[in-house]
Design a protein around this ligand. Structure first.
Ligand code: GLA
Length: 345
């Protein structure tokens, strides 16, 4: 799998310094390294995640820790499921002497507040997975980011679903698509918009594709969203299921199962791979038929490694780093995970 890095402009003036501007105090960087640079053991990095219960974030954190162990710095893991927890976490990280943090925030609108706080402490920040947005809802492209290519991944998920549906040979006019959406989050919207495009390109009509908006991005959130749709569309005989990640698809599939749907009349394709694995491992196939395996390992390792070198050597990372994915299913998941060195137990 290739990791594609893209530099997005910004040549001059990225004054990371932001030290000593008023209120906060900069972390004290000890200097056991060469010259006045910090040595590895002087460096502490926070890893803040929005959904610590999701396997995606567990694997990311596992590989962030691997990066810390290999390089000899300290990684401070921080679960932060809401905005208050994020703000407290940053204060705590500063108090513990962390010089920066990688974050997947529970709310992307917190971006400006998070950056203000981080800068007041002189901390460096890399966002992982979800990009910050400003008060005008625009992506904060000046904040260094590592994430997936949401458009391409959405397209691949949609195309995979179309191919799987064709194999089933179900009567086209009796198929409905349950597209679980979470449009408040940019990466989620770009993924589901591109799934939709791929379905249209694959011959599905707009009138047979139904959005099921999630209120929360956990299994319960997508189960509830799909239940509302199923109540509204009781006559649909065959369902295709897609969404921004595996969790979205798993929740919707659970709702379908509760109404008697099986692999005979319902199939779905997720994104992440990390949660779909549990479905693939089951003795009996479920309607979570495939997923796009993304690089939680690389997101965790590389984002942390980039931040480490930025703190230690002053090497500014690329502004925007994107990863790609591949299709996994019951037949190939074990081999693919093994190839990446990502555990499936
Ligand atoms: C979002 C989702 C996660 C995962 C990442 C990948 O944060 O909530 O499940 O898909 O994106 O970058």
């Amino acid at each position: 799998m290739k990791l594609k890095s893209i530099f997005q402009g910004l040549s001059l003036g990225f004054a990371i310094v932001a030290v000593g501007c008023g209120s906060g105090s900069s972390p004290q960087v000890a200097t056991t390294g060469e010259g006045n640079k910090p040595g590895p053991s002087d460096i502490k990095i926070g890893y803040i995640v929005k959904q610590p219960e999701e396997r995606w974030f567990q694997i990311e954190t596992m590989f962030a820790k691997k990066c810390a162990a290999e390089n000899g710095f300290k990684l401070l893991e921080v679960p932060a499921q809401d905005g208050d927890k994020v703000m407290v976490a940053i204060d705590n990280l500063n108090a513990q002497g962390a010089q920066g943090f990688v974050i997947c925030t529970p709310d992307t609108h917190l971006g400006p507040a998070i950056m203000r706080k981080a800068e007041s402490y002189g901390m460096k920040v890399i966002t992982v997975d979800d990009q910050f947005v400003d008060a005008d809802n625009k992506i904060m492209v000046d904040v260094h980011h590592m994430g997936l290519s949401a458009d391409k991944i959405g397209q691949l998920s949609g195309e995979t679903l179309v191919a799987m549906a064709k194999e089933k040979n179900w009567p086209m006019d009796q198929i409905g698509v349950c597209l679980v959406t979470f449009e408040e989050l940019d990466t989620a919207k770009v993924r589901t918009d591109n799934i939709l495009k791929a379905l249209l390109a694959g011959g599905f009509k707009e009138t047979q594709i139904f959005k099921a908006p999630q209120k929360t991005t956990d299994v319960q959130g997508s189960l509830d969203a799909a239940n509302i749709l199923l109540t509204q569309k009781p006559n649909i005989k065959y369902w295709l299921v897609a969404g921004m990640n595996d969790t979205a698809v798993i929740g919707a599939v659970r709702a379908m199962e509760q109404r008697g749907f099986t692999t005979e009349n319902c199939i779905g394709c997720g994104i992440n791979g990390t949660e779909a694995v549990e479905e693939f491992k089951k003795a009996k196939a479920t309607s979570v038929t495939a997923s796009i395996l993304m690089r939680a390992d690389e997101h965790g390792f590389k984002s942390t490694e980039m931040l480490y070198h930025w703190i230690k050597d002053g090497t500014e990372p690329p502004k925007d780093t994107r990863t790609s994915g591949m299709v996994v299913n019951r037949d190939n998941f074990a081999a693919k995970f093994k190839e990446l060195g990502v555990p499936i137990d």
